[in-house]
Design a protein around this ligand. Structure first.
Ligand code: FES
Length: 107
């Protein structure tokens, strides 16, 4: 146990350039591997709640599977405008486990 973090999965369960979804407290979090780097966003598109983990990712940009809004997985910022943003979470790997912050990063 790490203060403020929850161990959510073994690192080996997340393949390169894929995504998994885990519950983190009250949140459903999409965890992305982008060329072996990990990022965590709330798995709910700010448009109508589309599951971002099911979107396609290209060069670190996830496209929502419902209506194609696009977000940078590194920042949560929408790429087509500045009126929407996805909450992001701190994430790290330790001893083969993926750890995600219990609350979104305040920005
Ligand atoms: S729910 Fe994501 S673009 Fe509409």
């Amino acid at each position: 146990m790490r203060d403020g973090f929850i161990g959510v999965a073994d690192r080996s369960s997340l393949a390169r350039n894929s995504a998994i979804v885990r519950s983190v407290g009250a949140y459903e979090v999409a965890i992305f591997d982008v060329d072996n780097e990990l990022f965590a966003l709330e798995n709910a598109c700010p448009h109508q709640g589309g599951p971002l983990a099911e979107g396609s990712v290209e060069r670190g940009i996830v496209t929502c599977p419902w209506h194609a809004w696009r977000f940078d997985v590194r920042t949560g910022y929408m790429t087509l405008g500045d009126f929407a943003r996805v909450a992001r979470f701190a994430i790290f790997v330790d001893e083969g486990r993926i750890w995600v912050g219990e609350e979104p990063i305040e920005e």
